[in-house]
Design a protein around this ligand. Sequence first.
Ligand code: HEC
Ligand code: HEC
Ligand code: HEC
Length: 108
Amino acid sequence: MRQAALWLALLVLATLLPAAQVSAEQGDIVFTRSSKEEGADYPPATFPHYVHRMQFKCYVCHDAIFKMKAGADKVSMDAIDKGKFCGTCHNATIAFGPTFESCQRCHK
Ligand code: HEC
Ligand code: HEC
Ligand code: HEC
């Protein structure tokens, strides 16, 4: 009887553990390309939501910089270079800016 309870506990753990890992990855928002600029085959940008939520209050970004809906903002490199969207902070002052060393930190 006690052994059955142990197996049941292990089974519950086994189903819970992968779920926790998946939800950590789900925190990342993968952008869909909205710009018609060149580079259609360049990997899309990934936004690590969790990393940012640890550092900033929600209202820093919502809705001042981003809508609270994945895909709602038409983000492009042009806008980022002009200091909009990610470029509000990713300007080499508050956080790393878009340079040729940093492309792959956002485009994985
Ligand atoms: C550094 C900026 C930033 C901060 C801080 C931030 N978010 Fe976001 N959030 C984003 C971006 C970027 C998106 C995607 C918007 C897009 O795709 O146009 C987003 C999307 C969302 C979405 C929609 C997700 C979906 O799948 O549609 C929700 C909900 C959300 N945020 C909630 C929050 C909450 C709650 C907090 C605070 C705990 C928070 N955000 C803090 C940048 C931020
Ligand atoms: C701070 C994060 C960030 C950095 C750094 C960054 N990008 Fe982007 N980039 C984005 C986001 C967000 C988009 C809009 C979503 C998408 O199209 O993938 C984008 C869009 C693009 C696009 C689509 C077309 C366009 O012009 O919008 C290309 C191509 C691109 N980036 C290339 C680059 C290159 C090359 C670098 C390095 C010089 C770079 N990016 C650095 C976040 C970044
Ligand atoms: C409110 C300010 C702010 C905005 C807006 C913002 N970021 Fe960031 N981001 C930061 C800070 C601060 C860091 C950590 C400092 C650093 O690495 O330079 C960071 C770190 C990152 C990292 C590295 C995470 C890691 O694992 O270390 C990525 C990738 C990134 N941001 C992508 C983006 C993208 C893509 C956008 C737009 C969709 C964006 N950020 C918008 C402030 C911001």
